[in-house]
Design a protein around this ligand. Sequence first.
Ligand code: NG6
Ligand code: CA
Length: 514
Amino acid sequence: MMKNRKLTVAIPFAGAIVAATGCAEIRSHSPNVIIIYADDIGYGDLSCNGTAAISTPNVDSLAGNGIRFTNSHTTSSVSTPSRYGLLTGQYPWRREGTGIATGDAGMIIRPEQYTMADMFRDAGYATGAVGKWHLGLGDKTGTQDWNGTVAPALADIGFGYSYIMAATGDRVPCVFIENGKVVGLDPADPIQVSYDEPFAGEPVARDHPELLRIHPSQGHDQAIVNGIPRIGYMKGGKSALWRDEDIADSITVKAIDFISRHKDEPFFLYLGTNDIHVPRVPHERFAGKSGMGPRGDALLSFDETVGKVMSCLRELGLDDDTVVILSSDNGPVVDDGYQDQAWELLGEHRPWGDFRGGKYSAFEAGTRVPMIVHWGDRFRGKVSDALFSHIDFFASLAALIGADIPEGAAPDSRNALDVLTYRDMTGRDYVIEQNVNSTLSVMDTEGWKYITPSDAPAIEFYTGMELGNSPEGQLYNVSEAKYERYNCISEFPEKAAALKKILDAETAAGLATK
Ligand code: NG6
Ligand code: CA
């Protein structure tokens, strides 16, 4: 069943959008939806959010012509659980095995689970995932057939097309997988992958620093691919290996191909960029351009991808018919395991903006991320401070396209379409955030935030990041300039108790034990 998007239909919220934005017409019954999900880009990393140290003109233009959100939160401060929450509408802390996945992890979202991609597909959309995946592939960990067809895979959870990296740039296998098949593989040189043992005859990074062109600062001492040390071991597949400098271009080209192929029907594209995750090896054309080393140069590469996707939409005349959402899977980190001069060249730049912590952390910069919603010129120049959680994309986008969510699917997702379309300026009553140790926090509309007690380390071993863990409960008012500097739980015990009660009610519906 294909919906005709050229219909001019009075959709329920159309009048309100017209009222709010002065836009003459809502043309689309089934607008295209693109989610650009960046990797590790912090609230303060984009010039539209106030940083002067870096210039991201394409993102700024998207923000200037759309809604820029200041209070949007991922469900988690690392990738796998954040993406799980986004695509399933279920909090990752309800499910075991949603922590940072290896490159040979089995599929974390199982075929029987209803996903956002299923929802779009059932509504007649062409669906695609391009770029970083990091949610596992195949039935069980370590059992994938990298040399045949990897199954189950994204086609089994609603994505009609996929061109993906299995996990991250720093995890093997370092290849792209298109519709379950490794791209460019020579059958005479099969791929082997292991997260347990090195392969005989393959030099490993910890023993052969002389073979490395980039050195680890932490971990990343296993396989060497393109002179870059990785996590995990692999052998073979030489003709299929990505060139790290070309990852962003490959992803951008495939995203544009997908958009072009489906220009005449409604489509949903989940576009996970690799930038600015480690290893940061942007294309040579960006080298030295930011003055901030590879981390800054990778931000410029991300900005270019955004610009190319938007140019493509404009050229195809789809700009007015496409909702583009840009955000990030977790907050920023400076040194994330490679000696790439990220601290040395950071200068005055503050990737975390005014917030405390960053990637991995329960503090605010771990999960408060940049977010922009763009839909033609409907929301030009808007800024929203509404409280929003990525857990709500699922139900909100279902409402946008008039899709029904089956009973039991997306259990934690609520319809916040009014927030995404600039009609509700307040948003959620509270958001729940999870750090890398699964320490949960809850923050309300007024910025009161309670972090549950945790015996996990206060500081992340590798990065030195403050994780926000403490054996004592913590209470902060994030909206004040102090930004989580001062634990005021003893002054406002009732506030802490009220927030804890919200969290207890939510976790009563299911909490993973590890
Ligand atoms: C960590 C890695 C880090 C990064 C992260 C996942 C080390 C020392 N650190 O374990 O480099 O890969 O996992 O990042 O190995 S995420 O954004 O995909 O969640
Ligand atoms: Ca990430």
